[in-house]
Design a protein around this ligand. Sequence first.
Ligand SMILES: [Zn+2]
Length: 174
Amino acid sequence: MCTTKWKSELNRNARQMSMTDLPIAMHCHHYNINLHKTLEDTLGQEGIDLIFSSAEEAIYSNLQSHLSRYPKARSIKSRLEMAQILYQDSGMGIIYFEKTGDDQWRIVSPSSHHVTGWLAKHGRRNTPGCHFARGWIAGVLAVLFEQLPGYYRVEEIECKMMRHEKCIFQATPR
Ligand SMILES: [Zn+2]
């Protein structure tokens, strides 16, 4: 199993932080959930799509850069582990991928920054709300299978924001 060398990957230069040489911004749940709710409330589906595509594009470049530094992680299994560790170590939560068929994936998240933040600020939702996680999943799969962003459709079947036990996603090529 490959492990991330966080001492060298996560750097601070005065007020600037970088991960794998890419600048990053760190925000608490107040900022992230307010941004999420504002985009949903003001733009509707367009706002949801914006959260999805932003997360997809961000992890797409971040994971490509990250994996290029770990050439020994060549198998899909190792690369998925690296992505899952990156998600967890970035404070986004716990997530794991299960292959269910030819390029068909079931992704489970029993714990998530966005879920905890949403429930703390707004309580139970009536619709799935993990748009960031859906985009992140799409970006990870696009990197691993050498596709461009936009290749994967990711649906959230169950969501802890709706008080389901776990967030469960399905990913398939569009
Ligand atoms: Zn969810």
